[in-house]
Design a protein around this ligand. Structure first.
Ligand code: 2YP
Length: 262
């Protein structure tokens, strides 16, 4: 089933009038993302163990773990054979999910997407496209987790973790990041947003940086979002444009566009 969808979308991209030159090369991010369509949504899949450890779960995903799995597969994929070696996949997932690729307790996980993105750029496997293409900026003010300790069992149980998280939040606050405010986004997107790009949705929820994320996908000239949906509890391509998704959600303010660098 996954394969059929892959070929279908592949054919769409090749045949579509909107297909651009970038779609003619194998788009690992897009193809791997499409292979997750209909995967059930899994709640807090990374928080099931007592000790922090790398959780491998491609059977159920949330918005973050979908993007992490797709990115790890795409980075691990051999460009010639297209094979993904499990060891390479695990190594990449660790680099993506943990600060400097080191697993050392709950707070070593990159809980805030602002730091997740910065880590990927520092490690050399992500690039910030909005930083180059959009003049609009926002200033981060991050404290959501320590302001909602009751929503995070690992913080509820450990004052040490709360203190460490507070330090991290301070360190990643006050940063200027580029984004596209939602009023400027169009249903078609922009020429510089490619299918397979990572879309991180910014928010006005106090203390939070990013509220949702997914993969950009050009559907008949419309910029849609392939994402793990909490409404439909599965991975799907949005039925409306990304612009319309943002229009319908008062707390979503715009998007950051991030690209895999391989
Ligand atoms: C992250 O939440 C968690 C990580 O702890 C977790 O809640 C925060 C600040 N971080 O390791 C990671 C993977 O499970 O998820 C995400 C969450 O989105 C949910 C899971 C979703 O839409 O599927 C990221 O931060 C991305 O957007 C936000 C959102 N968290 C909240 O809205 C509080």
């Amino acid at each position: 089933m996954k394969k059929i969808i892959t070929y279908f979308v592949g054919a769409l991209l090749f045949a579509g009038t909107t297909a651009s030159a970038q779609n003619l090369a194998r788009n690992e991010m897009l193809l791997n993302a499409v292979s997750f369509i209909n995967t059930p949504y899994g709640v807090k899949t990374l928080d099931m163990n007592n000790e922090e450890q790398l959780v491998l779960n491609t059977d159920e995903v949330d918005c973050v773990t979908l993007v992490e799995n797709v990115l790890a597969m795409s980075l691990a994929e051999d460009s010639q054979t297209m094979a993904v070696n499990e060891q390479d996949f695990t190594r990449w997932l660790t680099k993506i999910r943990y600060r400097n690729g080191v697993i050392n307790g709950y707070t070593s996980r990159l809980h805030y997407m602002t730091e997740w993105i910065a880590n990927g750029i520092n490690q050399g496997f992500l690039e910030d496209i909005t930083a180059v293409q959009s003049p609009y900026t926002l200033k981060t003010d991050i404290h959501y987790m320590t302001s909602h300790v009751n929503d995070y069992p690992k913080l509820q149980l450990s004052a040490d973790n709360v203190n460490r998280m507070k330090q991290i939040e301070t360190a990643i606050s006050g940063q200027e990041v580029h984004y596209v405010p939602k009023d400027y986004l169009t249903d078609e997107g922009f020429f510089w947003i490619r299918s397979g790009d990572i879309i991180a949705i910014t928010t006005n929820t106090p203390g939070l940086d990013i509220a949702h994320m997914g993969i950009a996908m050009n559907v008949d000239g419309t910029l849609a979002l392939l994402h793990a949906s909490t409404t439909d509890m599965k991975v799907e391509v949005s039925k409306v444009s990304l612009k319309e998704m943002l229009r319908r959600n008062k707390s979503w303010t715009g998007v950051r566009v991030i690209r895999m660098k391989k």
